[in-house]
Design a protein around this ligand. Structure first.
Ligand SMILES: [Zn+2]
Length: 280
């Protein structure tokens, strides 16, 4: 096995059915690529082509319920300065600003940054968290489905810790690696790998509850809590790219996680998306 990029173990978990080109570390639970990718090409793709290929997902309002939920979770902290990493066109920042946060964003995509600046008059740094060298210190740093795309997420989290004030809050929303791995195994066994890939999410890395908790604690965060996160409202999907099966399944999961939350068992990590909330 290729050594784990986080804990450097060379032992994989053989009971895990990995999607092609990925494996899981037996010790830290990180799912990672076994075949190298061209990092320069990936950076260039986000910088130059993210807006035309993917930004439309941000325009149909399917994430509004997520934004409201995240801002509710952040209300444990007195409203102050918020930094959103990988903010895209800035729709989350707009919602945060409405609730009184002083907002700032970071994104690689040139056109997304231009959109956020011109349309919403937002302060967005074009680049990565690593090349952001302002003296600002923040009360909250957020990553909404971003950290799993970053080539060294733990280094990014270290930088986020530096930018947070003491007692500042970190919020990370991410696909639940164990959920997607199990679903992949079931669907690939039932139909095919291609079919399974349509319903599951694996990016640069996939994080489980166990990995995320360990990584945040090892990078200086305390009071780490991990919950199921609500799913996006894909009934608002304008281009109908999701089939009926996917929509019904997502609605059922939405209801299940809502019931679990209301019953006080939302920390059982069974949903497709998880959220980590931690304090510096
Ligand atoms: Zn590992």
């Amino acid at each position: 096995m290729k050594s784990c990029p986080y804990c450097h173990s060379t032992v994989s978990n053989h009971s895990f059915i990995a999607p092609p080109g990925r494996t899981i570390c037996r010790y830290c639970d990180l799912i990672f690529r076994t075949v190298p990718i061209d990092k320069k090409e990936v950076m260039s793709r986000y910088k130059n082509h993210y807006f035309d290929r993917y930004a439309m997902d941000q325009f149909d309002g399917r994430r509004q319920n997520i934004f409201s939920h995240v801002l509710g979770q952040l209300s444990i902290k007195k409203i102050g300065k918020l930094l959103d990493v990988g903010t895209g066109c800035g729709f989350f920042l707009v919602e945060a600003r409405k609730r009184g946060w002083q907002v700032k964003g970071i994104d690689l995509s040139r056109e997304s940054v231009q959109f956020g600046r011109c349309r919403h008059h937002l302060d967005i740094h074009e680049g990565t968290l690593h090349d952001y060298d302002d003296d600002d210190r923040f009360d909250a740093v957020t990553y909404l489905n971003v950290l799993e795309h970053i080539s060294e997420p733990w280094e990014n989290i270290k930088k986020a810790a530096l930018l947070l004030k003491n007692d500042g809050v970190l919020y990370v929303r991410f696909p639940n690696a164990r959920y997607h791995a199990l679903l992949y195994k079931l669907l690939a066994g039932w139909k095919s790998a291609e079919f399974a890939a349509r319903f599951t999410i694996f990016h640069e890395f996939s994080f489980s509850q166990r990995f995320m908790k360990r990584m945040l604690v090892e990078n200086g965060f305390k009071h780490v809590r991990i919950y199921n996160s609500p799913v996006s409202d894909i009934s608002k999907d304008a281009d109908r790219k999701y089939g009926l099966l996917s929509k019904v399944g997502t609605k059922a999961l939405f209801l299940l996680t809502a019931v679990m939350r209301n019953c006080g068992v939302h920390n059982l990590p069974i949903g497709p998306s998880l959220e980590a909330i931690a304090v510096k």
